[in-house]
Ligand binder design. Structure first.
Ligand code: AMP
Ligand code: MG
Length: 529
């Protein structure tokens, strides 16, 4: 362990804890974690500081001063922090993997914030008892991806762990080639995963399992107490139900925006329904339900179109883990049945919103008719491999511009766009996305029937707030990575600024919303990071 200047400093400014720590997780006791210090990281420098998040949390700007650079690098201790690594287990690629745990993420503690208590972790801060032969480090490449994607997801309104800052270092790390180390400081109300529950359940340690579930309920999901009324007062059935609903909502959001997680193992599933552990993720370019973003996923277990079912499979694992607490087999199965109606409803609502169909539906048959419209559109997009983000954005643009043959001169409400300004131009640029234009036009005729074209301008404005202009495409991250590897971190900031408000037009940044270049197809992203 290196010296700890923040902890030992005599100056009054540094002696005062900058954060107000609470550490409720540590009350669970020593079976849940191992206290340890991060491993020092050579010659750290800031690669990114998220002042928006720091301000949202009400944390002071000292957090990003030079002293704290050392703390976020693991070279010093923040006064009041209690670093530790937690133990969990999990199912990986469909198989029970036994004990895993925080192999490279070190928990600094839980601190009060303007958004309630928040846990802070340093990902890549060195080996722990759970590293299983790994080096405990994260490379700059994957750390940039995690930093940017966390904030991109937040900008999209999708629940996620957040990224507070990113520290880079020249320290070498061996992967397929020699790369350099980095640490992301990430923040969430809790980093507990399905795998934490699986761990104690698999060990037959029902007391610890109950302590964990009670911790989860009282500190993070107190709504389970009222939800228990739906389950004959069984608060653990309510916990499963609550986690299931959050997971179903999350998956609907992922599918709607075209996000592939890449490694949906049960140890990468947050019980709060947050997107967690960014590895080989990808926002799809051309729409393909079978798209596999993880180069190591040879079977395509985590292909885009399979994600909702995998989430359900993972919820089964969680249910099995909670079974000793729920203590009612039929009730457990009944809870799980809920996903089968919940998820399709959330997804249906999300896609209907993308189409501007937000009004209440008169009947179940109207819902089904809308879903047929959605499915037929998805078939066209899949057949044509239409760029997913571009399709939805251009469609929103066109609807906002109004119906072409009704009013060719309708000028768009926005003036700062670099997209076409007349309705006919906007619809032309939609047509340009398709090879089989007749098929697209036939679908569009049904959309015209279903909607009220006079309402399109207002509907379109709403769609522009639903369908992002900017997502973190692989090639955009790759450009920021290559520049950062050459010592220039400015592209990380550029992307962060863009992706934190992905529905805005951002004049002058049109290139970031364009189709990926040809070389993007050659990018291979795997678990090794
Ligand atoms: P992941 O698939 O990245 O979520 O990681 C699965 C497990 O491997 C977790 O227990 C991680 O903490 C651990 N792990 C991944 N990379 C490393 C590494 N470089 N060093 C130590 N443990 C790691
Ligand atoms: Mg993980």
């Amino acid at each position: 362990m290196s010296s700890a200047p923040l902890e030992t400093s005599a100056s009054p400014h540094q002696a005062l804890p900058v954060l107000d720590w609470t550490h409720r997780l540590t009350q669970l006791g020593s079976r849940f974690f191992t206290p340890l210090h991060p491993t020092p990281l050579a010659a750290p420098c800031w690669a990114a500081r998220n002042n928006d998040l720091r301000t949202e949390l009400g944390w002071p700007d000292e957090l990003f001063d030079d002293e704290h650079l050392q703390a976020f690098a693991g070279n010093a201790m923040m006064v009041g922090s209690q670093p530790l690594a937690t133990v969990y287990s999990g199912h990986q690629f469909g198989q029970w993997a036994g004990q895993l745990g925080d192999g490279r993420a070190i928990w600094l503690g839980e601190a009060q914030s303007a958004q309630g208590p928040q846990e802070i972790q340093l990902k890549g801060a060195g080996r722990t008892p759970y590293s299983r032969g790994g080096d405990g480090r994260a490379v700059l490449r994957s750390s940039i991806r995690e930093f940017l994607c966390s904030e991109a997801m937040h900008g999209l309104g999708i629940p996620t762990t957040r990224a507070l800052c990113l520290v880079a270092s020249p320290e070498p790390v061996r992967r397929e080639t020699i790369e350099t180390a980095a640490i992301v400081a990430r923040v969430a109300p809790s980093f507990l995963r399905f795998g934490h529950f699986e761990h104690f359940s698999a060990q037959g340690d029902t007391d610890s399992l109950r302590s964990l579930a009670d911790h989860a309920i009282s500190h993070h999901l107190p709504e389970c107490k009222s939800r228990a009324a739906l389950w004959q007062g069984n608060v653990y059935a309510a916990l499963l139900d609550e986690v299931q609903e959050r997971t179903a909502r999350l998956l609907a959001q992922w599918q709607a925006v075209g996000f592939c997680h890449g490694v949906m193992n049960t140890d990468n599933m947050s019980f709060l329904g947050l997107t967690i552990d960014y590895g080989p993720f990808q926002f799809m370019d051309g729409f393909d339900p079978g798209h596999i973003c993880n180069h190591s996923d040879h079977q395509g277990r985590y292909a885009y179109g399979r994600q909702p079912n995998v989430a359900y499979w993972n919820l089964y694992c969680l249910a099995q883990a909670l079974a000793p607490l729920i203590d009612d087999h039929d009730m457990t199965l009944q809870v799980l049945e809920g996903y089968k109606t919940m998820f399709p409803r959330f997804l249906g609502d999300a896609i209907r919103a993308k189409l501007g169909l937000t009004g209440a539906l008169a009947s179940e048959s109207a819902r089904e008719a809308d879903w047929t419209l959605v499915e037929d559109l998805m078939q066209i997009l899949a057949f044509e491999r239409t760029d997913y983000t571009l399709f939805w954005r251009r469609f929103s643009e066109a609807v906002a511009a109004g119906k072409a043959d009704m009013d060719c001169h309708a000028s768009r409400a926005m003036t700062d766009t670099e997209f076409p300004v007349t309705a006919s131009e906007a619809w032309q640029s939609m047509d340009d996305l398709f090879i089989d234009r007749a098929r697209w036009q036939a679908w569009l005729a049904r959309y015209v029937e279903r909607t009220v074209p006079a309402q399109w301008p207002a509907m379109g404005q709403q769609m522009l707030r639903t369908n992002p202009k900017f997502v973190l495409r692989n090639h955009l991250a790759e450009i920021a990575i290559r520049q950062a590897q050459a010592g220039d971190f400015s592209e990380i900031e550029t992307l962060h600024n863009l992706l934190k408000s992905p529905f805005d037009e951002h004049p002058g940044m049109q290139a970031y919303a364009a189709l990926p270049p040809d070389w993007a197809g050659q990018l291979e992203i795997s678990c090794s990071s």
